[in-house]
Structures are given as structure tokens and as C-alpha cells.
Design a binder for this molecule. Structure first.
Ligand code: AMP
Ligand code: MG
Length: 499
């Protein structure tokens, strides 16, 4: 390649399979340029996985494309139409109001991934919004989604974040930002609802076929492929919800437009990881009724899946009664799937190698005591890994997490008896427990601090946090403070939607 060719090579060569869908599914739109794009962070390992050249993306043409100031050659950007149930209320038209889908690239595993610019300016779906994103929520999404990926949980990813040089009006004027998001796809439950509620069943069918081909190719030949699709989405959603619960994640806005058909965690708004364990924890300042509280999430996901099932009714059978029966039968996979994964996960968190009666009760008993005694969720399990089969000095590190340590003492005796019953080996159990109980989660106060520092031009806290979040099951002795819960004065009081 000559120097001139290298300079003119397109750093973002993108396809766009959404264009095969009926035109009602999208609006063609270019991102609106920003004033002074500044790359705050490029996710280099992710860029490489996507088959993109990090240097090319950091060079001026690449950066301009990431910012939305230049549409890559051959790309046909668009905004997707969708609707949704927000806090249970039907909203017939939402859509990508501040996001533009640039196109798709195929990663090193052969998986097609969307590249979307969030904060890209006005689209036909912007309604009253300005189409922009404030830098704070952009940083939050980058940190929390990459933290989720580090934990091994299905999620959209962050390829890059940029400051725009423009101000955006929120409660106050905030610096503007852009997040380049990578997703298996951006099809949501709300995408199906948009067409179903308009009576456009042909488009529902086209969408279903598209999703099957893209995400569930294994069911393409099933007897009733739409029933198989519903089961497939229900299973992935069940797995995802169990995974969230096992690390203390609270999504915050589990509206149907924020539930991915591909089973990925998507749309990180007022989300947070729990510090002190309590099942009723809510972080979002807009979730006043606690609809999306920590322990409500599996039930809400099921409710969202029922909304998805509705949209498939015309495809499931020729007559409505049969279709409803088929939908109910398909959704029945959800609960056992969730329980299997959640209970199995709890057992692994406790280092139980065998499956025995009473294991789940033992885990739930611990959770109950943690809630009553204000113990930190992730730290309790992480430190528990260090305990031997006999009481010893390591016990104190867990005991001190409970307001009344005797509550833990009573539980740990039962746990040790259970370990002895299966002849558990301390060393092997420790390793196994450390591999499922993270030392590092994106703690809300640290995310908050990283955003504040970035606002005053210091990106070190963002980098520090990412160093541990991308490798959260290892100890990082020089960053041990990032594993700690907030001191009383550091607790973040309200987590805003920040849109
Ligand atoms: P979210 O709360 O991010 O899931 O967004 C819900 C809906 O509001 C989606 O249709 C978004 O596109 C839209 N939206 C959120 N923020 C903005 C904004 N600043 N400008 C335009 N639309 C927005
Ligand atoms: Mg959303």
C-alpha cells in the first residue's frame, strides 16, 4: 500500500443489513456534525476484534467518522423506528431520537455488529429532544457497559467516547459527548411493538425473519419458527436477568424499548451496581414507584416478554385462541430457565461443587442476613472466597461487613457444615469462588467521581477504573481502593436518567 492509499483508505467500511427490511423500519439520516470532536477514549482491543484498525480510527478521518462529522464511504446511516411501554405505559412512537446507526461490521468471531453513534443529533424520532447526549451519561455508559463485558455478561459495548466541544442544555449546560456503541443488533421488544400496534403484521414478520437469521439461525428450520423465536428470546433474557442478579446490577429503566431481542444488556441510563445489599434497591430518581427495583427485574423482564409475545400472535397460529396458547407455552421456558441459572450461580458463588437440597435456602439465608445487616453485596462474596473450611483469621474480613457479626457467624457454621459434607477442598474452592465473585464492579461513587474528574479535564480516574473493570476477577493491589464500597460521605444520592 502506498502512503497516499493508506491516507485515503476508509477506516470504517460498513455494511447495512437493516436496509433489507421494509422502509417503515427506519429513516435515513446523517449524523449532525459537532464543533470540536475530541477522542477521549478508543477501545483498542474491541476495535481489533471488530476488524478495525485502531490507528486509522485515531487518525483525523477516523475520528471525524466516530464523531459523526464524516459519513464513512459507502455507509448508509439510519435511525431505527421503535415504540415501547415506558414504566408500563404505552408510547406508540419512540425510535432512535439521538442515535444514528452508522452501519455494521463483522467481528473476528464472524458475528455481525452494529456501530451506532449515540448523541448524533436530531432524527425524525427526536420528538422534543435535542438529539444530543451529555458527556456524563456517555462516560457512565462506557464504564458500566465495559464493566459488564469484563464480568462476562452479555452486553452492548463501547468502542469510543468523544467530547463534542458543544454544550447541551440539561438541568444546567453540560459538555456534550458522543458514544460509539457496538451491539449484536439494536432490535428491541419495542421495535416489534411499533409495527404490531399499527396492524402492520407483514413488517412484524419481516422483522422476525431478520432476527432469526441474524441472532437465532439455529431455529430457522423449526416447525414453528416464531414460537422458537419467542422461546429463544425468553431463554436469553432469563439468562441475562440471572446474570444481573448475581452481580447486583440494577438496570433502572427496563422499558420494553430497552429490552434487546439479542439478549444483550442495552441502554445504560440510570443504572448502577448495588453496594449494600437490599432487594428493594432503586437508583433511578425517576423510578419513584420502585417498578424496576433490584428484585423486581426478573418479573418485569417476563412482563416485557409478554409484550413481545403479543406482537408475534398473528404469526404463531392461524386462529387467535391457538396463537395465545402457543405464546403461553413458549413463555413457560422463562421461569425454569431463570431459576436454573440463578440457583446454579448462587451455588457457585458459595463455592458449592455439588448440587444438594437446601443449597438455595442456604444462599437465600445469607442474602437475608446481608440485607438485614447492611452488608456489601460483592465484597461479602469476594471475601467469603478467602475463608477456609475451619474458622480462622480471614473470617473477620467478612464479619466486619455485617452490622451485627453474630448474624454472619450463625450462617457461616451452616456453610462450613455443607462444605464438609461434600469434602470441599479449600484451595480449589477459593479459586472457583474468585472466578465468579468479582473484586471490581463499576461502583456508583467511583463512576460518579470519574465523571466529575473528566469534566475538569482529568481522565485518569476513567482509565484507572477501566484497568480494573476489564479484569475484575483479579486482585489489583495498587488499585485496591476501587474495590471498596463508598464511605458514608461518598454515597451518590441520586442517579439521573441524564438524557
Ligand atoms: P432512553 O431513555 O435513552 O431509553 O430513551 C427513550 C427515548 O427517548 C428514545 O426514543 C430516545 O431516542 C429518546 N431520547 C432520549 N434522549 C433524547 C434526546 N436528547 N433527544 C432526542 N431523543 C431522545
Ligand atoms: Mg432506550
Amino acid at each position: 500500500m502506498t502512503a497516499t492509499e493508506a491516507r485515503t483508505a476508509e477506516p470504517l467500511e460498513l455494511g447495512n443489513s437493516y436496509l433489507e427490511l421494509p422502509e417503515a423500519c427506519y429513516a435515513r439520516i446523517h449524523p449532525t456534525p459537532v464543533t470540536r470532536p475530541q477522542l477521549l477514549r478508543l477501545n483498542r482491543p474491541l476495535a481489533e476484534r471488530l476488524g478495525l484498525d485502531p490507528e486509522g480510527l485515531e487518525a483525523p478521518e477516523g475520528l471525524e467518522a466516530l464523531a459523526g462529522n464524516r459519513v464513512p464511504k459507502g455507509a448508509e446511516p439510519l435511525a431505527l423506528a421503535y415504540a415501547g411501554h415506558q414504566f408500563g405505559n404505552w408510547v406508540p412512537s419512540l425510535g432512535d431520537g439521538r442515535a444514528v446507526l452508522l452501519g455494521e461490521t463483522v467481528d473476528s468471531d464472524g458475528v455481525r455488529r452494529d456501530l451506532q453513534i449515540k448523541g448524533a443529533g436530531l432524527t425524525p424520532f427526536s420528538r422534543m429532544g435535542d438529539g444530543r447526549a451529555a458527556l456524563g451519561p456517555v462516560i457512565r455508559e462506557y464504564l458500566v457497559s465495559e464493566g459488564m463485558a469484563g464480568l462476562g455478561i452479555s452486553t452492548t459495548r463501547a468502542l469510543a467516547m468523544l467530547a463534542t466541544g458543544d454544550g447541551v442544555a440539561r438541568d444546567r449546560i453540560e459538555p456534550g459527548g458522543v458514544l460509539v456503541r457496538v451491539a449484536g443488533s439494536h432490535v428491541r421488544v419495542g421495535t416489534f411493538e411499533y409495527f404490531y400496534r399499527r396492524g402492520d403484521f407483514d413488517t412484524v414478520r419481516a422483522l422476525a425473519d431478520y432476527v432469526i437469521q441474524r441472532h437465532y439461525p439455529e431455529i430457522a428450520g423449526a416447525d414453528n419458527r416464531y414460537k422458537a423465536l419467542l422461546e429463544g428470546v425468553a431463554k436469553r433474557t432469563a439468562d441475562l436477568l440471572a446474570d444481573w442478579l448475581l452481580v447486583g446490577f440494577i438496570h433502572g429503566v427496563m422499558n420494553t424499548d430497552n429490552l434487546s431481542i439479542a439478549g444483550e444488556t442495552i441502554d445504560y441510563g440510570p443504572c448502577a451496581f448495588m453496594d449494600t445489599y437490599h432487594p428493594a434497591t432503586v437508583y433511578s430518581s425517576i423510578d419513584t414507584g420502585g417498578r424496576y427495583a433490584f428484585d423486581q427485574q426478573p418479573r418485569i423482564a417476563h412482563w416485557n416478554l409478554a409484550r413481545f409475545a403479543e406482537t408475534l400472535l398473528p404469526l404463531l397460529a392461524d386462529d387467535m385462541d391457538t396463537a395465545v396458547e402457543v405464546a403461553y407455552a413458549a413463555l413457560e421456558v422463562y421461569e425454569p430457565r431463570f431459576e436454573g441459572r440463578y440457583h446454579g450461580g448462587l451455588r457457585r458463588k458459595l463455592g458449592l461443587g455439588e448440587e444438594r437440597d437446601g443449597d438455595v435456602d442456604l444462599a437465600l439465608d445469607l442474602l437475608g442476613r446481608m440485607a438485614a445487616q447492611g452488608a456489601d453485596f460483592n465484597l461479602t462474596f469476594r471475601r467469603l472466597a478467602e475463608l477456609g473450611g475451619e474458622s480462622g483469621p480471614a473470617d473477620e474480613a467478612v464479619r466486619e461487613l455485617f452490622a451485627d457479626s453474630s448474624s454472619f457467624d450463625a450462617w457461616v457454621r451452616a456453610w462450613r457444615e455443607r462444605l464438609a459434607a461434600e469434602g470441599s477442598d479449600d484451595g480449589a474452592r477459593r479459586e472457583a469462588m474468585r472466578s465468579v465473585n468479582p473484586a471490581y464492579i463499576p461502583r456508583n461513587h467511583r463512576v460518579h467521581q470519574a465523571i466529575e474528574a473528566a469534566y475538569s479535564g482529568d481522565l485518569h480516574p476513567v482509565e484507572d477504573l477501566l484497568a480494573v473493570l476489564t479484569d475484575p476477577y483479579a486482585d489489583h493491589p495498587n488499585r485496591a481502593h476501587l474495590a471498596q464500597p463508598p464511605a458514608p460521605g461518598q454515597v451518590v444520592q441520586r442517579t439521573f436518567c441524564g438524557t
